[in-house]
Design a protein around this ligand. Structure first.
Ligand code: GLA
Length: 383
């Protein structure tokens, strides 16, 4: 994360001023995809890529913001009707509004930010941006908001200002991340546990298909609606089923005639995915990475064929992983583009990367991008 660049950009736009600098990371997710808004479990970790923002109070009731990577500026007030047009500025505005709705007293500030978490690659650049500002404003205005609420502020920003009815995983990971550890989060109770993750003899790498998932928000929201419809149908006979997380395949089959074929497939994926996360936890306790990998392939298959959030390019990368004997591989994040996450034995690594690059280029005329995963800390003040 490029702190110097942010310092320079901020000084240039705001008459040589200096403010405080904050950062918050993007995330990976080992397993547990589309389970968060179903009350289930997820297994994310924060990464060494994220957003950095410099901020200084400006004594007015306006925010003046600079997106350094886009070379764009925005200025907006803090009332509901002041919402800016630019989508990047709406994240900052949304965080301000959600803080105000919770009774937080904030005022105008100048800010510049930059990030190195690739946009639209399934690593949650937007959550990184939200968490940076939620964390920073909480600190600068002494608001005493706890870390869970900071994550919820980011999530509410997505819901209310960006049109994505996301779960809590990304913002949680960005706020709570810990160097070297993945986190198992129960998205209903919000109980969580850190799992040191350093699989000896393996590498964890991301292959970015470079297919952006920009138009995915309506498809994402539709998936969520399908899940809620099925949970409601099951609940009629099983009042204890709050979310699909509580459902079994038997319960799903009881309502098969009542739900659409498509909704059935969505729910089947979620019920199986909840179980896969549990299997991975048990396997990790024993250092059994073969089982971890097997479940990752299971997730990919489900996301591709049942949840239908993969795409041709990601399926192609997944097939190559299989061919090269990669231990586990799957599409990561919301889907519709972005990265595959791959757990690869060190001795298979080079051949896999070589094959993935040449075959992908041959087929799609461009290379994928490679990121080695470094599991890092969550939101913090840098200086
Ligand atoms: C996006 C959302 C998350 C989660 C994932 C899929 O990243 O923001 O809440 O639902 O998709 O697991």
């Amino acid at each position: 994360m490029n702190v110097e660049l942010v310092r320079e950009g901020f000084a240039k736009h705001f008459d040589g001023a200096t403010g405080s600098v904050y950062a918050s990371p993007g995330r990976i997710n080992l397993i547990g995809e589309h389970t968060d808004y179903n009350g289930g479990f997820v297994f994310p970790g924060a990464i060494d890529k994220g957003m950095v923002a410099e901020i200084k109070l400006n004594g007015t009731d306006k925010v003046r913001a600079v997106a350094l990577d886009l070379n764009e500026t925005a200025e907006f007030g803090l009332n509901e009707e002041d919402a800016p047009q630019a989508s990047w500025a709406r994240y900052i505005f949304g965080v301000c509004r959600e803080i105000i709705k919770r009774g937080g007293k904030i005022a105008g500030f100048d800010t510049a930010f930059s990030g190195d978490v690739p946009l639209g690659a399934g690593m949650s650049s937007s959550a990184a941006l939200e968490s940076t500002y939620a964390f920073a404003l909480n600190d600068l205005f002494d608001l005493n908001i706890d870390k869970f609420e900071l994550a919820k502020i980011g999530q509410a920003t997505e819901h209310n200002y960006c049109g994505v009815k996301c779960g809590i995983m990304d913002q949680f990971a960005s706020v709570f991340g810990k160097e070297g550890s993945l986190m198992l989060l129960d998205c209903r109770s919000l109980e969580y546990k850190y799992y040191p993750f350093n699989p000896q003899g393996y590498k964890l790498v991301l292959l970015d298909s470079v297919v952006k998932h920009e138009l995915a928000s309506s498809a994402y929201n539709k998936r969520r609606e399908s899940c809620e419809r099925v949970a409601a149908a099951i609940r009629k006979n099983h009042p204890e089923v709050e979310f699909l997380r509580d459902a079994t395949m038997d319960m799903l089959n009881e309502v098969k005639a009542e739900v659409t074929e498509e909704d059935y497939m969505r729910a089947e994926y979620v019920i199986e995915e909840v179980q896969r996360v549990m299997d991975v936890c048990a396997a990790l306790e024993k250092g059994d990475y073969e089982t971890v990998g097997d479940r990752m392939y299971g997730t990919h298959h489900g996301m591709s064929k049942l949840y239908e959030v993969s795409c041709e390019e990601l399926d192609f990368l997944n097939d190559i992983a299989k061919e090269c004997g990669v231990t586990g591989s799957r599409v990561m994040g919301g889907g519709f583009g972005g990265c595959t996450i791959n757990l690869v034995k060190e001795d298979k690594y080079e051949a896999f990367i070589e094959k993935a690059f040449t075959s992908y280029k041959e087929k799609y005329g461009r290379e994928p991008k490679l990121y080695e995963v470094v599991i890092s800390d969550g939101a913090r003040k840098l200086c």
